[in-house]
Ligand binder design. Structure first.
Ligand SMILES: Nc1ncnc2c1ncn2[C@@H]1O[C@H](COP(=O)(O)OP(=O)(O)O)[C@@H](O)[C@H]1O
Ligand SMILES: [Mg+2]
Length: 245
């Protein structure tokens, strides 16, 4: 794992927000590597800079100084059109507040996202069903969000994030509104996506139980990385757990 080129790396990232006359130093000199085929966690308390860092790595925001590399190319200075294309084709996002469209079924929610990613129309049906099957929701694909549990809605959000087969999925506190059992199920699903589909997942959390299930954990404190840790995850940890059933 150590020898592979990172999917994403950052070099001396600083992000300063101007709040009226006050400067907020949200990130200070962050240099991290996200290795391919890993589940990487950014942990830290509220306000430590997790979301800001994820937004920079996911090309949603630009650093004040420093660089972000995606598969070896610098993306932090690209024009907005290129960054938009990168996000639509190579990246998937899962947010804490699920943000599904309430008038649409699970199927339609995933399909809607797929349209935006430029996948040809003839592939939509297959991809939508495959993504919903991966998260174990194919049988419920006609249901609207209100007819699904919180955990199921979050799984639709994950299906939406993976349907276009991104390189990297960013999940900002995806387990934040789930109970422990649901949260562990989501982590299982993430581990499966990493193991079976080779997706790289970067997620934020402050739950110690979730961190143990990650390959690589960065701890942030006041905008700085204060600890980096690798876990030795046994590949058979989740054997026999199948999403759809
Ligand atoms: N758009 C913004 N404008 C001003 N300050 C911000 C903005 N976004 C984040 N911050 C500040 O940056 C710091 C880090 O925030 P954030 O990345 O959201 O932390 P976390 O996700 O770990 O809770 C906080 O002090 C927050 O108030
Ligand atoms: Mg946050």
């Amino acid at each position: 794992m150590e020898k592979k080129q990172p999917v994403i790396s950052t070099e001396g990232l600083n992000r300063i927000f101007q709040n009226g006359s006050e400067k907020v130093y949200a990130l200070k000199n962050i240099s991290i590597n996200v290795l391919p085929g890993t589940l990487t966690v950014l942990r830290g308390r509220s306000g430590s800079g997790k979301t800001t860092l994820m937004n920079l790595m996911g090309a949603l925001d630009k650093p004040t100084t420093g660089k972000v590399f995606f598969n070896g190319s610098e993306i932090s200075r690209l024009p907005e059109s290129k960054r938009d294309e990168l996000r639509r084709t190579q990246i998937g996002f899962v947010f804490q507040s699920v943000a599904l469209i309430s008038q649409m079924s699970a199927y339609e929610n995933v399909e809607f996202a797929l349209r935006l990613s430029g996948v040809p129309r003839r592939e939509w049906n297959r991809r939508v069903e495959a993504a919903l099957s991966t998260v174990g929701l194919k049988k419920r694909m006609k249901h609207r969000p209100a007819e699904l549990s919180g955990g199921e809605q979050q799984r639709v959000a994950i299906a939406r994030a993976i349907a276009h087969r991104p390189n990297v999925v960013f999940a900002d506190e995806p387990t934040g509104e789930l109970d422990t059992h649901m949260a562990l199920q989501m982590m299982r699903l993430f581990r499966e996506l990493v193991a079976r589909q080779g997706i790289t997942i970067v997620m934020t959390t402050h739950d110690p139980n979730m961190m143990e299930l990650a390959d690589h954990v960065y701890t942030l404190q006041d905008g700085e990385v204060v600890e980096e840790r690798f876990n030795d995850i046994q590949p058979d940890l989740f054997e026999g757990v199948s999403a759809d059933g």
